[in-house]
Design a protein around this ligand. Structure first.
Ligand code: HEM
Length: 181
């Protein structure tokens, strides 16, 4: 997995908890205190261990943590890839275009980058579903990213996000709707 994701996980733990929690987490995961470099790719196993240990420490489930972390990631991802983001897009457009813009660019940057395939079916201007496909089984992270996008675009109170399959499979379907309140 992309070093940026690890760097942001480190910052997430340091800001939501504190630096010593991060150090404890590394130790509990059997990892050394290296800094993650955004140009490198690190084993997925390290991320699973860190999130697993964080779940044990906080009492939250791994799914809940993935969701919270996904939400947290969005402003940085948007900033890093801002050149690819069209100013007129809002939450649903971003989701619709991720596969052919941001994730395509991520794949092109490094042969080791393998973001999930997001097959998006746009049902109307206010509704779509995402078919998430990845051996990493991180559908919960995808749900969190969608929530983070809704917050980013100031649509959090209108966007409904609902996984219609288990969040833990290699195929996860997520329904996203904009409702007027
Ligand atoms: C600005 C938009 C986005 C950017 C720049 C971005 C970038 C990235 C990057 C760099 C990775 C790591 C890939 C790797 O290490 O192989 C990743 C993984 C991931 N992305 Fe995105 N992403 C974006 C939007 C989205 C959206 C909208 C979703 C879901 C709806 C999503 C779901 C995921 C998930 C779940 C992963 C974890 C890896 C996996 O499950 O296989 N991303 N993304």
């Amino acid at each position: 997995m992309h070093g940026t994701i690890f760097t942001l996980l480190k910052r997430y733990v340091q800001t939501q908890y504190d630096h010593s929690t991060w150090v404890n987490l590394l130790e509990a995961s059997g990892l050394s205190a290296t800094d993650f470099n955004h140009k490198n790719v690190y084993p997925d196993e390290h991320l699973y261990r860190l999130v697993g240990e964080a779940a044990t420490m906080t009492g939250l489930s791994a799914d809940e943590l993935h969701e919270k972390f996904g939400e947290y990631l969005v402003p940085d991802l948007m900033y890093m890839y801002q050149k690819l983001v069209k100013p007129e897009w809002t939450t649903l457009d971003m989701i619709e275009h991720t596969e052919n813009t941001m994730h395509r660019q991520v794949r092109a940057e490094h042969a080791g980058n393998t973001p999930p395939v997001l097959n998006v079916t746009r049902l109307s201007s206010d509704e779509l579903f995402i078919d998430y496909v990845s051996v990493r089984r991180m559908g919960a992270l995808a749900v969190g990213i969608v929530r983070g996008l809704a917050k980013y675009y100031d649509e959090a109170d209108q966007i409904e996000v609902e996984p219609t399959t288990s969040e833990n499979g290699e195929h996860v379907r997520i329904r996203v709707r904009r409702v007027s309140r």
